[in-house]
Design a protein around this ligand. Sequence first.
Ligand code: 2PG
Ligand code: MG
Length: 412
Amino acid sequence: MKIERVEARAIPDTRGKPTVEVTLHALCIPGMHKEATASEVGGHPVSTHASVPSGKSTGSHEACELRDADGGVETAVANVEGEIARALCARKWNSPDEIDGALIALDGTPNKSRLGANAILAVSIAAQRLFAQEANVPLWKAIAERAGTTPGAPRLYVNVMNGGVHADFRLPFQEYILVCEGRTSAAFAAARAAFDALGATLGNVPMGEEGGYSPTFETLQEPFELLAALVAEHAGTSIAIDAAANELLSEGAYRLLAETYAPDALMRLYEDLASRFPFHSIEDPFSEDAGADFARLTAALRGTCLVVGDDFTVTNPARIAHAAREEAISAVLIKPNQIGSVKEAIEAVEATHAAGWAAICSHRSGETDDTFIADFAYGVGAEGIKAGGLGQKQRLEKYERLLEIEKEAEAV
Ligand code: 2PG
Ligand code: MG
C-alpha cells in the first residue's frame, strides 16, 4: 500500500460541533507489498474517507480529543495534513496494524494528547478501509481477518428514550434501551415496531440527542413500566440502561429526579429494578472510579443482568484487564474513539473476551454518517452494538449498514 495524499477537514457532528474527517488517497498493490513500486505492478488508485464521533458524557481516562480553545478541531486537522501526512507518505505499508503502530509512536504520549485521538482515529479507520479495498473484501471481513475473530451479528441496543446529559435530564438515567436479539433483520424489525409503538403511546414529546424520545415522568419506575410493556409485546427484546453515573455524582451521592442516593441505596435500587423488570444490562451504574461498587453489583446480579463498563473502562486494554482481576463487571462498552486507534480497539475486544465478558461496540452521542462501528461490531463478533434511537438519520445509518452486512455475509 502506498499512500499518496492525505486530506483532512472539520465537519459538523449531530450536535453541530466540529469533528475530524479524513480522506486518504493511495495506490493499492494487491498480493504484493514490499519489493516493487506500485506503478511497476500496476497498482490501482483508491480513496477512502472516515470521520470520528464525539462524546458528551465522557470518562476522564479517555484518550484526548484534541480541541482548540474555541472548541474547533483545526489543530487536529492540521496535524493530519502536516506531520501525519508526511509520515504516511514517506514509505509503503504492509498492514493497517503497521500504520496504527506508527501513528501511536509518532504521537508519543500515553493518551494521544499531542496529535489528538480524533486525528489519529480518523486516519486509522480510513487506513483500515484502504486495506479492505486492497484485499477486495467487505470492511467487516477485513476487520475479522485482522483481529482473528469469528464475525457475527451483534444484539441491537436501541436507545428508545434519551435522558441525562443527552436530554437536559428530562429523564434521570441517560439511556433507556430496548435490547433486540436474533438475526439483524428480525431484531431491527422488532426495534422498529417497538419504537413506533412507544412513539404512539408517548405522543408529541421532544427527541433527545441520540434519536430517542425524551418524555418526562413523575417517578423513576414509569419508564420501566413502559419498557416492560414493549418487551411483553415484542418477542426477543429486553431492557437495558446506561445510568452514566459519572454525570449523577455530586458530593459522594447520586442524584436521580429530586432524590439523592448513597452508593448503597443506589445499589438496592438497581437490584430492585432488575428483580421486577426484564433487565439485560446496566451500564456505568456507579462513577468511573467506584470499582468496589461495580464489583458488588456485578456479584449481586450475576446470572440475572450484565454490568457494563464504559467510562469505567474507556476501551483501554489495561483498564479492562484490571477490571477483570477485580471481577468488577461482566461486559465492556467498546468505543474506538475512547482509545484512539482501530488496533487498540481490537486489543480492548481481546481483553474483554479474555475475561469471558461480552463486548458491546458503541457509537457516541455526537455522531457523523460514518458507519464504521457497524462493520467493526460485526467483524469482531461483538455480543452487542449500541447505536442510538431510530429518530435520527446518523443513528439509522448504522442499523442500515448492519442490514446490508447481513446480506453481504450471506453472499460470501
Ligand atoms: C455513552 C455514550 C454513547 P457519550 O455514555 O455510552 O451513548 O454517550 O457519547 O455522550 O459518552
Ligand atoms: Mg455510557
